[in-house]
Design a protein around this ligand. Sequence first.
Ligand code: HEC
Ligand code: HEC
Length: 140
Amino acid sequence: MKKTFLIVVAFICFITLSVAFTHEPPEYKNLKILPKDISKEALDSIMHHYSRSLGVKCGFCHVHNEELKTWDMANDAKPEKQIARKMMLMEKGINTTYFPAEEGDKNVHVIQAVTCYTCHKGEAMPVSFPEMKTDSLSKK
Ligand code: HEC
Ligand code: HEC
């Protein structure tokens, strides 16, 4: 009886420890561009970069379920999230085409020369033309 009890206790300890020390990658449900096994740290840092670059909060691209009071980050209902995906592909395209790493540099394949912030500078709608002052064309 005592022996069985000890075996059961040992078994429970073993399960608890193996759960505690197994770092399963978090399960994101709807990643179409980012790697599916991305770590939580990496995903969080990318999302904070997007928010800061555009000067917005998570809810600009993500759906908040008001009834359940929870975020539904995997939901694609907001058009801003879809636009963001296109922007991610554009950014990747610009960097791989125009900013490849030096030949022989095995650690870096692409330099992150252009990021969301390069264009957005903290605004959701980037400014594409300089402000025109009436006297800006006068040569002093
Ligand atoms: C400018 C738009 C934008 C902003 C702002 C943004 N996200 Fe995202 N987020 C995305 C896009 C796009 C994806 C999907 C990426 C893909 O398909 O690979 C995503 C995916 C995610 C996912 C994975 C969901 C899943 O299960 O597939 C999480 C979690 C997430 N974002 C959290 C956040 C948090 C937290 C914030 C605020 C700090 C935030 N996001 C701000 C655009 C945004
Ligand atoms: C090369 C410049 C450039 C880069 C880099 C860039 N964007 Fe944009 N983005 C724009 C322009 C220009 C617009 C406005 C398009 C328009 O007029 O409809 C825009 C619009 C958007 C919008 C829609 C805003 C709105 O209010 O509807 C989102 C969301 C967005 N970008 C997200 C991103 C994210 C996320 C990144 C980084 C992955 C990024 N952008 C990188 C130029 C850029």
